[in-house]
Ligand binder design. Sequence first.
Ligand SMILES: NC(=O)c1ccc[n+]([C@@H]2O[C@H](COP(=O)([O-])OP(=O)(O)OC[C@H]3O[C@@H](n4cnc5c(N)ncnc54)[C@H](O)[C@@H]3O)[C@@H](O)[C@H]2O)c1
Length: 409
Amino acid sequence: MITSAKSKEMYEVGKSEYLWAKKSMPVLNRLVHRFVSKRYLENLKLGICLHITKETSVLLMALKEAGAKVTLCPANPLSIQEPVKFFLINNDIRIFAKKKDTLRDFYRNMESVLDTKPHMITDDGGELHKRALRRKFKIIGGTEETTSGVNRLEVWGKEGLLLYPIIAVNRSRTKYLFDNKYGTGQSTIEGILKTTGILLSSKRIVVCGYGWVGKGVARCAMGMGAKVTITEVNTLRALEAYFDGFEVKPLDEILSNADLFITCTGQVNVIGQDQIEKIKEGAILCNAGHFDVEIDVNYLNSVDPNHFSPRMNVTCYRVGESKKKIYLLARGRVINLVGAEGNSPEVMSISFANQFLSIIYLSQFHEKLENKIYKTPKKIERKIMLTALDSFGVKIDSLTPEQNNYCKT
Ligand SMILES: NC(=O)c1ccc[n+]([C@@H]2O[C@H](COP(=O)([O-])OP(=O)(O)OC[C@H]3O[C@@H](n4cnc5c(N)ncnc54)[C@H](O)[C@@H]3O)[C@@H](O)[C@H]2O)c1
Protein backbone atom coordinates (compact mmCIF):
# COMPACT_ATOMS: atom_id res chain seq x y z
CA MET A 1 0.00 0.00 0.00
CA ILE A 2 2.91 2.38 0.66
CA THR A 3 4.02 2.67 -2.94
CA SER A 4 5.04 6.28 -3.42
CA ALA A 5 6.56 9.24 -1.60
CA LYS A 6 3.04 10.67 -1.27
CA SER A 7 1.68 7.50 0.36
CA LYS A 8 4.72 7.34 2.65
CA GLU A 9 4.02 10.90 3.74
CA MET A 10 0.33 10.08 4.32
CA TYR A 11 1.35 7.05 6.43
CA GLU A 12 3.74 9.16 8.52
CA VAL A 13 1.03 11.78 9.16
CA GLY A 14 -1.44 9.04 10.21
CA LYS A 15 1.19 7.46 12.47
CA SER A 16 1.99 10.82 14.09
CA GLU A 17 -1.72 11.39 14.72
CA TYR A 18 -1.96 7.92 16.33
CA LEU A 19 1.07 8.59 18.54
CA TRP A 20 -0.14 12.09 19.42
CA ALA A 21 -3.51 10.73 20.58
CA LYS A 22 -1.90 7.77 22.36
CA LYS A 23 0.33 9.93 24.53
CA SER A 24 -2.78 11.66 25.94
CA MET A 25 -4.79 8.48 26.55
CA PRO A 26 -3.24 7.26 29.83
CA VAL A 27 -6.27 5.38 31.13
CA LEU A 28 -6.60 3.19 28.06
CA ASN A 29 -2.81 2.74 27.78
CA ARG A 30 -2.44 1.51 31.36
CA LEU A 31 -5.33 -0.95 31.09
CA VAL A 32 -4.12 -2.21 27.73
CA HIS A 33 -0.68 -2.73 29.21
CA ARG A 34 -2.23 -4.86 31.98
CA PHE A 35 -4.38 -7.03 29.68
CA VAL A 36 -2.74 -7.20 26.30
CA SER A 37 -0.18 -9.93 27.00
CA LYS A 38 -2.98 -12.31 28.03
CA ARG A 39 -4.17 -12.32 24.38
CA TYR A 40 -7.82 -12.69 25.44
CA LEU A 41 -8.99 -11.78 21.94
CA GLU A 42 -6.82 -14.32 20.09
CA ASN A 43 -8.62 -15.59 16.96
CA LEU A 44 -11.64 -13.36 17.53
CA LYS A 45 -12.99 -11.30 14.64
CA LEU A 46 -14.33 -7.89 15.67
CA GLY A 47 -16.71 -5.95 13.40
CA ILE A 48 -16.50 -2.29 14.38
CA CYS A 49 -18.39 0.85 13.34
CA LEU A 50 -16.82 3.96 14.93
CA HIS A 51 -15.75 7.44 13.86
CA ILE A 52 -12.37 7.04 12.14
CA THR A 53 -10.34 9.40 14.31
CA LYS A 54 -6.87 9.37 15.85
CA GLU A 55 -8.38 8.32 19.20
CA THR A 56 -10.20 5.37 17.56
CA SER A 57 -6.88 4.28 16.05
CA VAL A 58 -5.46 3.87 19.57
CA LEU A 59 -8.37 1.59 20.57
CA LEU A 60 -8.14 -0.48 17.38
CA MET A 61 -4.37 -0.99 17.68
CA ALA A 62 -4.89 -2.10 21.29
CA LEU A 63 -7.57 -4.62 20.26
CA LYS A 64 -5.23 -5.91 17.59
CA GLU A 65 -2.43 -6.23 20.14
CA ALA A 66 -4.80 -8.27 22.33
CA GLY A 67 -5.06 -10.77 19.48
CA ALA A 68 -8.20 -9.63 17.61
CA LYS A 69 -8.69 -9.40 13.87
CA VAL A 70 -10.34 -6.00 13.38
CA THR A 71 -12.61 -4.86 10.55
CA LEU A 72 -13.90 -1.29 10.56
CA CYS A 73 -16.42 0.97 8.84
CA PRO A 74 -17.14 4.62 9.71
CA ALA A 75 -20.01 5.73 11.96
CA ASN A 76 -20.39 8.93 9.96
CA PRO A 77 -19.55 9.51 6.28
CA LEU A 78 -18.09 12.98 6.88
CA SER A 79 -15.89 12.33 9.91
CA ILE A 80 -13.11 10.19 8.41
CA GLN A 81 -9.55 11.32 9.16
CA GLU A 82 -7.89 10.00 5.97
CA PRO A 83 -4.24 9.73 7.18
CA VAL A 84 -5.43 7.82 10.26
CA LYS A 85 -7.41 5.47 8.01
CA PHE A 86 -4.31 4.91 5.86
CA PHE A 87 -2.14 4.22 8.90
CA LEU A 88 -4.64 1.63 10.19
CA ILE A 89 -4.99 -0.13 6.83
CA ASN A 90 -1.23 -0.50 6.76
CA ASN A 91 -1.34 -2.06 10.20
CA ASP A 92 -3.59 -4.95 9.18
CA ILE A 93 -6.88 -3.32 10.10
CA ARG A 94 -9.36 -3.90 7.33
CA ILE A 95 -11.41 -0.78 6.58
CA PHE A 96 -14.46 -0.43 4.37
CA ALA A 97 -14.64 3.30 3.53
CA LYS A 98 -13.61 5.15 0.40
CA LYS A 99 -13.01 8.87 0.13
CA LYS A 100 -15.97 9.71 -2.11
CA ASP A 101 -18.46 7.18 -0.73
CA THR A 102 -22.14 7.97 -1.31
CA LEU A 103 -24.71 7.42 1.43
CA ARG A 104 -25.49 4.09 -0.22
CA ASP A 105 -21.81 3.08 -0.07
CA PHE A 106 -21.75 4.17 3.56
CA TYR A 107 -24.43 1.60 4.45
CA ARG A 108 -22.95 -1.00 2.09
CA ASN A 109 -19.67 -0.69 4.04
CA MET A 110 -21.54 -1.91 7.13
CA GLU A 111 -22.77 -4.96 5.20
CA SER A 112 -19.18 -5.60 4.05
CA VAL A 113 -18.01 -5.62 7.68
CA LEU A 114 -20.73 -8.18 8.44
CA ASP A 115 -19.72 -10.27 5.42
CA THR A 116 -16.49 -11.04 7.32
CA LYS A 117 -18.72 -12.83 9.92
CA PRO A 118 -17.38 -11.05 13.01
CA HIS A 119 -17.74 -12.77 16.39
CA MET A 120 -18.41 -9.43 18.09
CA ILE A 121 -19.92 -6.10 17.07
CA THR A 122 -18.93 -2.68 18.38
CA ASP A 123 -21.15 0.13 17.16
CA ASP A 124 -21.76 3.86 17.50
CA GLY A 125 -25.40 4.58 16.68
CA GLY A 126 -26.93 1.10 16.32
CA GLU A 127 -26.82 0.89 12.50
CA LEU A 128 -24.32 -2.00 12.47
CA HIS A 129 -26.24 -3.84 15.21
CA LYS A 130 -29.48 -3.35 13.23
CA ARG A 131 -27.92 -5.07 10.23
CA ALA A 132 -26.14 -7.74 12.33
CA LEU A 133 -29.48 -8.76 13.88
CA ARG A 134 -30.72 -9.70 10.39
CA ARG A 135 -27.77 -12.02 9.73
CA LYS A 136 -27.78 -15.75 10.37
CA PHE A 137 -24.23 -16.36 11.65
CA LYS A 138 -23.42 -16.59 15.37
CA ILE A 139 -22.39 -13.37 17.13
CA ILE A 140 -21.25 -13.82 20.73
CA GLY A 141 -21.66 -10.26 21.95
CA GLY A 142 -21.62 -6.56 21.21
CA THR A 143 -21.02 -3.10 22.62
CA GLU A 144 -22.66 0.27 21.88
CA GLU A 145 -20.97 3.64 22.23
CA THR A 146 -23.66 6.32 22.11
CA THR A 147 -27.00 7.40 23.63
CA SER A 148 -28.97 7.19 20.37
CA GLY A 149 -27.67 3.67 19.70
CA VAL A 150 -28.49 2.46 23.22
CA ASN A 151 -32.01 3.98 23.00
CA ARG A 152 -32.67 2.02 19.81
CA LEU A 153 -31.24 -1.22 21.23
CA GLU A 154 -33.47 -0.91 24.28
CA VAL A 155 -36.55 -0.78 22.02
CA TRP A 156 -35.35 -3.83 20.06
CA GLY A 157 -34.63 -5.58 23.37
CA LYS A 158 -38.21 -5.02 24.57
CA GLU A 159 -39.45 -6.45 21.26
CA GLY A 160 -37.30 -9.57 21.85
CA LEU A 161 -35.16 -8.89 18.79
CA LEU A 162 -31.70 -9.08 20.38
CA LEU A 163 -29.71 -12.17 19.40
CA TYR A 164 -26.60 -11.58 21.49
CA PRO A 165 -25.69 -9.82 24.77
CA ILE A 166 -24.80 -6.16 24.38
CA ILE A 167 -22.90 -3.96 26.82
CA ALA A 168 -24.27 -0.42 26.63
CA VAL A 169 -20.99 1.42 27.13
CA ASN A 170 -22.87 4.73 27.03
CA ARG A 171 -24.75 3.70 30.20
CA SER A 172 -21.44 3.60 32.08
CA ARG A 173 -21.05 6.65 34.34
CA THR A 174 -17.39 6.77 33.33
CA LYS A 175 -18.57 7.30 29.75
CA TYR A 176 -21.50 9.72 29.64
CA LEU A 177 -20.41 11.88 32.59
CA PHE A 178 -17.17 12.76 30.84
CA ASP A 179 -17.34 12.03 27.10
CA ASN A 180 -20.85 13.35 26.44
CA LYS A 181 -20.53 16.32 28.80
CA TYR A 182 -16.94 17.60 28.84
CA GLY A 183 -15.74 15.99 25.61
CA THR A 184 -18.64 16.75 23.30
CA GLY A 185 -19.30 20.06 25.07
CA GLN A 186 -15.84 21.32 24.14
CA SER A 187 -15.55 19.71 20.70
CA THR A 188 -18.96 21.00 19.58
CA ILE A 189 -17.96 24.58 20.33
CA GLU A 190 -14.59 23.89 18.68
CA GLY A 191 -16.37 22.58 15.56
CA ILE A 192 -18.57 25.69 15.37
CA LEU A 193 -15.64 28.06 15.82
CA LYS A 194 -13.40 26.27 13.31
CA THR A 195 -16.22 26.18 10.77
CA THR A 196 -17.50 29.74 11.12
CA GLY A 197 -14.85 31.76 12.96
CA ILE A 198 -17.62 33.72 14.73
CA LEU A 199 -17.22 35.42 18.11
CA LEU A 200 -19.28 33.60 20.73
CA SER A 201 -19.18 36.37 23.31
CA SER A 202 -22.48 38.30 23.30
CA LYS A 203 -24.17 35.91 20.84
CA ARG A 204 -27.61 34.58 21.72
CA ILE A 205 -27.30 30.81 21.50
CA VAL A 206 -30.06 28.22 21.83
CA VAL A 207 -29.10 24.74 23.02
CA CYS A 208 -31.92 22.25 22.33
CA GLY A 209 -31.80 19.46 24.92
CA TYR A 210 -30.18 19.65 28.37
CA GLY A 211 -29.00 16.04 28.53
CA TRP A 212 -25.33 15.15 28.97
CA VAL A 213 -24.28 16.65 25.65
CA GLY A 214 -26.49 19.73 26.02
CA LYS A 215 -25.13 20.43 29.52
CA GLY A 216 -21.56 20.34 28.22
CA VAL A 217 -22.28 22.51 25.18
CA ALA A 218 -24.26 25.08 27.22
CA ARG A 219 -21.54 25.28 29.86
CA CYS A 220 -18.78 25.89 27.29
CA ALA A 221 -20.84 28.47 25.37
CA MET A 222 -21.67 30.32 28.60
CA GLY A 223 -18.00 30.24 29.59
CA MET A 224 -17.14 32.01 26.34
CA GLY A 225 -19.58 34.83 27.05
CA ALA A 226 -22.60 33.73 25.02
CA LYS A 227 -26.16 34.33 26.25
CA VAL A 228 -27.47 30.77 26.37
CA THR A 229 -31.12 29.67 26.29
CA ILE A 230 -32.07 26.03 26.86
CA THR A 231 -35.10 24.30 25.35
CA GLU A 232 -36.26 21.02 26.91
CA VAL A 233 -39.20 18.61 26.98
CA ASN A 234 -38.19 16.97 30.26
CA THR A 235 -39.32 18.80 33.42
CA LEU A 236 -36.41 17.72 35.62
CA ARG A 237 -33.79 18.67 33.08
CA ALA A 238 -35.50 22.00 32.42
CA LEU A 239 -35.40 22.71 36.16
CA GLU A 240 -31.76 21.68 36.32
CA ALA A 241 -30.92 24.07 33.48
CA TYR A 242 -32.78 26.86 35.27
CA PHE A 243 -30.85 26.26 38.51
CA ASP A 244 -27.59 26.07 36.55
CA GLY A 245 -28.26 29.69 35.60
CA PHE A 246 -29.63 29.35 32.07
CA GLU A 247 -32.70 30.94 30.58
CA VAL A 248 -35.22 28.16 29.76
CA LYS A 249 -37.89 28.80 27.12
CA PRO A 250 -40.05 27.00 24.57
CA LEU A 251 -38.21 26.96 21.25
CA ASP A 252 -40.98 28.93 19.51
CA GLU A 253 -40.41 31.92 21.82
CA ILE A 254 -36.74 32.31 21.00
CA LEU A 255 -36.68 31.48 17.28
CA SER A 256 -36.76 35.03 15.94
CA ASN A 257 -34.20 36.28 18.44
CA ALA A 258 -31.25 33.83 18.37
CA ASP A 259 -28.01 33.86 16.38
CA LEU A 260 -27.06 30.20 16.69
CA PHE A 261 -29.01 26.97 17.34
CA ILE A 262 -27.30 23.75 18.51
CA THR A 263 -29.42 20.58 18.66
CA CYS A 264 -28.35 17.98 21.25
CA THR A 265 -31.48 15.84 21.69
CA GLY A 266 -31.21 12.57 19.72
CA GLN A 267 -34.71 13.43 18.44
CA VAL A 268 -36.09 13.98 14.96
CA ASN A 269 -37.14 17.37 13.46
CA VAL A 270 -36.42 19.43 16.55
CA ILE A 271 -35.87 22.32 14.15
CA GLY A 272 -38.37 21.58 11.39
CA GLN A 273 -40.07 23.62 8.68
CA ASP A 274 -42.27 25.63 11.11
CA GLN A 275 -39.26 26.62 13.19
CA ILE A 276 -36.99 27.39 10.22
CA GLU A 277 -39.61 29.75 8.79
CA LYS A 278 -39.56 31.80 12.03
CA ILE A 279 -35.78 31.91 12.50
CA LYS A 280 -34.15 35.28 11.91
CA GLU A 281 -32.08 36.24 8.87
CA GLY A 282 -28.44 35.18 9.17
CA ALA A 283 -28.95 32.60 11.94
CA ILE A 284 -26.71 29.53 12.05
CA LEU A 285 -28.01 25.98 12.65
CA CYS A 286 -25.96 22.99 13.69
CA ASN A 287 -26.28 19.61 15.35
CA ALA A 288 -24.29 17.67 17.95
CA GLY A 289 -26.70 14.69 18.16
CA HIS A 290 -25.69 11.40 16.59
CA PHE A 291 -27.95 11.38 13.51
CA ASP A 292 -28.54 14.10 10.92
CA VAL A 293 -32.27 14.18 11.66
CA GLU A 294 -32.53 16.88 14.32
CA ILE A 295 -32.68 19.71 11.77
CA ASP A 296 -34.99 19.22 8.77
CA VAL A 297 -32.29 19.25 6.10
CA ASN A 298 -34.69 17.83 3.50
CA TYR A 299 -36.95 20.86 3.92
CA LEU A 300 -33.99 23.22 3.55
CA ASN A 301 -32.84 21.42 0.40
CA SER A 302 -36.34 21.56 -1.09
CA VAL A 303 -36.99 25.20 -0.24
CA ASP A 304 -33.75 26.34 -1.89
CA PRO A 305 -32.44 23.79 -4.40
CA ASN A 306 -29.85 26.38 -5.45
CA HIS A 307 -28.30 26.55 -1.99
CA PHE A 308 -24.60 27.33 -2.02
CA SER A 309 -21.56 26.88 0.15
CA PRO A 310 -19.87 30.16 1.18
CA ARG A 311 -17.11 28.18 2.91
CA MET A 312 -16.21 24.61 3.83
CA ASN A 313 -18.93 22.81 5.83
CA VAL A 314 -21.29 25.81 5.63
CA THR A 315 -24.40 25.76 3.42
CA CYS A 316 -26.45 28.91 2.82
CA TYR A 317 -30.19 28.52 2.18
CA ARG A 318 -32.54 31.35 1.12
CA VAL A 319 -35.84 30.72 2.86
CA GLY A 320 -39.33 32.22 2.36
CA GLU A 321 -40.52 35.18 0.30
CA SER A 322 -37.95 37.49 1.84
CA LYS A 323 -35.21 35.01 0.87
CA LYS A 324 -33.69 35.35 4.33
CA LYS A 325 -30.37 33.56 4.60
CA ILE A 326 -30.03 30.63 7.02
CA TYR A 327 -26.68 28.88 7.43
CA LEU A 328 -26.47 25.14 8.10
CA LEU A 329 -23.19 23.65 9.34
CA ALA A 330 -21.84 20.20 8.40
CA ARG A 331 -25.04 19.34 6.48
CA GLY A 332 -26.74 18.76 9.83
CA ARG A 333 -24.29 16.04 10.83
CA VAL A 334 -22.25 15.94 14.07
CA ILE A 335 -20.48 19.30 14.02
CA ASN A 336 -17.79 18.25 16.51
CA LEU A 337 -16.56 15.47 14.22
CA VAL A 338 -17.12 17.11 10.83
CA GLY A 339 -15.99 20.63 11.74
CA ALA A 340 -13.36 19.58 14.30
CA GLU A 341 -11.60 16.36 15.31
CA GLY A 342 -14.21 15.00 17.73
CA ASN A 343 -13.62 14.57 21.44
CA SER A 344 -10.18 15.03 22.91
CA PRO A 345 -7.90 12.04 23.59
CA GLU A 346 -8.04 12.49 27.39
CA VAL A 347 -11.78 11.92 27.43
CA MET A 348 -11.80 9.21 24.73
CA SER A 349 -9.17 7.44 26.81
CA ILE A 350 -11.86 6.83 29.44
CA SER A 351 -14.64 6.00 26.94
CA PHE A 352 -12.44 3.57 25.04
CA ALA A 353 -11.18 1.98 28.26
CA ASN A 354 -14.85 1.08 28.77
CA GLN A 355 -14.99 -0.33 25.23
CA PHE A 356 -11.73 -2.26 25.56
CA LEU A 357 -12.60 -3.89 28.90
CA SER A 358 -16.21 -4.58 27.85
CA ILE A 359 -15.02 -6.40 24.72
CA ILE A 360 -12.58 -8.48 26.80
CA TYR A 361 -15.35 -9.18 29.36
CA LEU A 362 -17.70 -10.38 26.62
CA SER A 363 -15.00 -12.60 25.14
CA GLN A 364 -14.63 -14.30 28.56
CA PHE A 365 -18.20 -14.41 29.88
CA HIS A 366 -20.57 -14.33 26.89
CA GLU A 367 -21.75 -17.87 27.55
CA LYS A 368 -23.10 -16.84 30.95
CA LEU A 369 -24.99 -13.83 29.56
CA GLU A 370 -28.51 -13.54 28.11
CA ASN A 371 -29.44 -11.82 24.87
CA LYS A 372 -30.16 -8.47 26.47
CA ILE A 373 -28.60 -5.11 27.24
CA TYR A 374 -26.12 -4.95 30.11
CA LYS A 375 -24.51 -1.99 31.82
CA THR A 376 -20.72 -2.00 31.96
CA PRO A 377 -19.94 -4.30 34.92
CA LYS A 378 -19.35 -2.35 38.16
CA LYS A 379 -15.91 -3.93 38.57
CA ILE A 380 -14.86 -2.51 35.20
CA GLU A 381 -16.20 0.95 36.05
CA ARG A 382 -14.32 0.92 39.34
CA LYS A 383 -11.11 -0.18 37.65
CA ILE A 384 -11.49 2.69 35.16
CA MET A 385 -12.20 5.27 37.90
CA LEU A 386 -9.16 4.20 39.93
CA THR A 387 -6.90 4.10 36.87
CA ALA A 388 -8.15 7.51 35.72
CA LEU A 389 -7.61 9.18 39.10
CA ASP A 390 -4.16 7.63 39.40
CA SER A 391 -3.09 8.54 35.89
CA PHE A 392 -4.24 12.15 36.36
CA GLY A 393 -2.33 12.24 39.68
CA VAL A 394 -5.47 12.71 41.77
CA LYS A 395 -5.52 11.22 45.27
CA ILE A 396 -8.61 10.96 47.49
CA ASP A 397 -9.42 10.15 51.11
CA SER A 398 -11.14 7.03 52.41
CA LEU A 399 -13.53 6.60 55.33
CA THR A 400 -11.94 5.94 58.74
CA PRO A 401 -13.16 2.81 60.62
CA GLU A 402 -15.11 5.17 62.91
CA GLN A 403 -16.81 6.83 59.93
CA ASN A 404 -17.56 3.45 58.39
CA ASN A 405 -19.30 2.33 61.59
CA TYR A 406 -21.11 5.66 61.94
CA CYS A 407 -22.78 5.09 58.55
CA LYS A 408 -24.16 1.77 59.83
CA THR A 409 -25.81 3.20 62.97
N1 LIG B 1 -21.36 14.36 18.81
C1 LIG B 1 -20.85 13.50 19.69
O1 LIG B 1 -19.64 13.27 19.74
C2 LIG B 1 -21.78 12.82 20.65
C3 LIG B 1 -21.28 12.30 21.85
C4 LIG B 1 -22.19 11.71 22.74
C5 LIG B 1 -23.54 11.64 22.40
N2 LIG B 1 -23.96 12.13 21.19
C6 LIG B 1 -25.36 12.11 20.78
O2 LIG B 1 -25.98 13.32 21.25
C7 LIG B 1 -27.37 13.10 21.47
C8 LIG B 1 -27.72 13.47 22.92
O3 LIG B 1 -27.01 12.63 23.80
P1 LIG B 1 -27.16 12.79 25.39
O4 LIG B 1 -26.24 11.79 25.98
O5 LIG B 1 -27.07 14.20 25.78
O6 LIG B 1 -28.67 12.27 25.57
P2 LIG B 1 -29.66 12.57 26.77
O7 LIG B 1 -30.76 11.59 26.64
O8 LIG B 1 -28.90 12.66 28.05
O9 LIG B 1 -30.22 14.05 26.46
C9 LIG B 1 -31.11 14.37 25.44
C10 LIG B 1 -32.00 15.49 26.00
O10 LIG B 1 -32.76 16.04 24.93
C11 LIG B 1 -34.06 16.29 25.43
N3 LIG B 1 -34.99 16.39 24.30
C12 LIG B 1 -35.55 15.37 23.58
N4 LIG B 1 -36.34 15.87 22.62
C13 LIG B 1 -36.28 17.22 22.74
C14 LIG B 1 -36.89 18.28 22.03
N5 LIG B 1 -37.73 18.07 21.01
N6 LIG B 1 -36.62 19.56 22.42
C15 LIG B 1 -35.77 19.81 23.45
N7 LIG B 1 -35.17 18.83 24.16
C16 LIG B 1 -35.42 17.55 23.81
C17 LIG B 1 -34.34 15.14 26.38
O11 LIG B 1 -35.39 15.44 27.28
C18 LIG B 1 -32.99 14.98 27.06
O12 LIG B 1 -32.89 15.74 28.24
C19 LIG B 1 -27.60 11.63 21.14
O13 LIG B 1 -27.98 11.53 19.79
C20 LIG B 1 -26.23 11.00 21.33
O14 LIG B 1 -26.10 9.79 20.65
C21 LIG B 1 -23.11 12.74 20.33
